[in-house]
Design a protein around this ligand. Structure first.
Ligand code: NAI
Ligand code: MG
Length: 359
């Protein structure tokens, strides 16, 4: 199994080191090769996604990605900024499904912005479509408004589009994920739309309903996005798997992340049609704490677990990592971002070492 390791910049290299430590400790037949990406690649070669890095990612079974976006590159033209690397990888690898679990570990319920009883035991999965929707729909641009109440005024416009195959494949990812979470069959998918207002999302709703015929064991419910935003903070445990488009998913996944109270704990996966995937923490490169050895490596370690589950067919090894993380939290070890009274404050490397010991 070939894994491309792309540490990135900011805290990326620090958190990736710990995930690699954990992967090595599993003694699996993994071939790991590292390449620079983002700010680190720009500094070395003048481009955030060098050809050699892209080639390594393409030929790997999976990519483990740290983070990119160090502020020192903020003044570069857009096409050279570190964030272009992740956008380029998504595009070149055809990564259309973004999976973001929001899990509230029993030891961390106090960190949530919601009451502990609302989030204790929370374990939901957001499946966000990543390559379509209003973010990429053409035409788009600025012009002089040709008609309407403001005809003649300067205006801007984007286009919301989804095709049947795009909706079908993301719906399948969601139904399969629901089954996988429930031992191979069952579970519930909530498809989030705005079918009452938008034709794109009436079509989305129709297509998801058709795909559901192949998954009769999985329950399907439809929910308008405004209601979903409300239910996520009112009764988040009512959800199991949420599937939605690019824009609604962008917003709802960040909302769900905050329910768990700790961005440093949240992994993510982005998959293509061949099951190849890019795995990364949900957070960015945290330039404010880079180089201090205090970043929480658990989101990256848990991303490595998702990689074993979704791209490398080793759910057993994934479960071992997840159990080790739970164990370390139960032992009271905390990086500063999740620290509270009565727990032991540790740094990035100490946290990684503890996970290895727990394994
Ligand atoms: P961020 O996620 O990097 O940081 C937000 C806050 O959370 C900061 O206070 C940071 O210190 C803290 N934080 C993040 N990860 C942490 C961890 N593992 N342990 C402890 N604390 C952690 O988001 P921000 O500040 O908006 O973005 C910083 C840069 O990262 C920007 O250039 C942004 O574009 C980029 N970014 C990159 C992403 C990626 O690589 N996929 C995703 C999101 C942002
Ligand atoms: Mg976002």
């Amino acid at each position: 199994m070939k894994v491309a390791i792309l540490p990135g910049d900011g805290i990326g290299p620090e958190i990736i080191d710990e995930a690699v430590k954990v992967l090595k400790a599993l003694n699996l037949p993994l071939e790991m090769a590292t390449a620079p990406v983002g700010g680190a690649a720009y500094a070395a070669s003048g481009h955030p996604l060098p050809d050699a890095t892209l080639a390594l990612a393409r030929e790997a079974d999976a990519v483990l990605f740290g983070a990119v976006g160090d502020w020192k590159y903020d003044t570069l033209p857009r096409h050279l900024r570190p964030e272009q690397a992740i956008l380029g990888l998504r595009k070149h690898l055809g990564l259309f499904a973004n999976l973001r679990p929001a899990i509230c570990y029993p030891q961390l319920t106090h960190a949530s912005s919601l009451k502990p009883e609302l989030v204790a035991g929370l374990d939901i999965l957001i499946v966000r479509e990543l390559t379509g929707d209003i973010y990429f729909g053409q035409p788009r641009g600025r012009r002089t408004a040709p008609d309407g109440a403001f005809a003649g005024a300067e205006e801007a416009f984007d286009t919301m589009r989804y095709s049947r195959p795009e909706i079908e494949r993301i719906a399948r990812v969601a139904f399969e994920a629901a089954r996988r979470r429930h031992g191979g069959r069952g579970g519930k998918v909530t498809s989030v739309d705005k079918a009452n207002v938008l034709e794109t999302f009436q079509f989305w709703k129709d297509v998801v309903t058709e795909v559901h015929r192949d998954y009769p064991d999985v329950e399907l419910e439809h929910m308008y996005v405004d209601n979903a935003a409300m239910q996520l903070v009112k009764a988040p445990k009512k959800f199991d798997v949420i599937v939605t488009g690019n824009m609604f998913g962008d917003i709802l996944s960040d909302e769900a992340a905050m329910l768990t109270g700790s961005i440093g704990m949240l992994p993510s996966a982005s998959l293509n049609e061949r099951g190849q995937g890019l795995y990364e923490p949900s957070h960015g490169s945290a330039p404010d704490i880079a180089g201090q050895g205090i970043a929480n490596p658990l989101a990256t370690i848990l991303s490595a677990a998702m990689m074993l589950r979704y791209s490398l067919q080793r759910p057993d090894a994934a479960a071992r990592i997840e159990a080790a993380v739970q164990r370390v939290l139960a032992d009271g070890l905390r990086t500063p971002d999740i620290h509270s009274d009565g727990t032991r404050r540790v740094g990035t490397a100490e946290m990684g070492d503890a996970v290895v010991r727990a394994l």
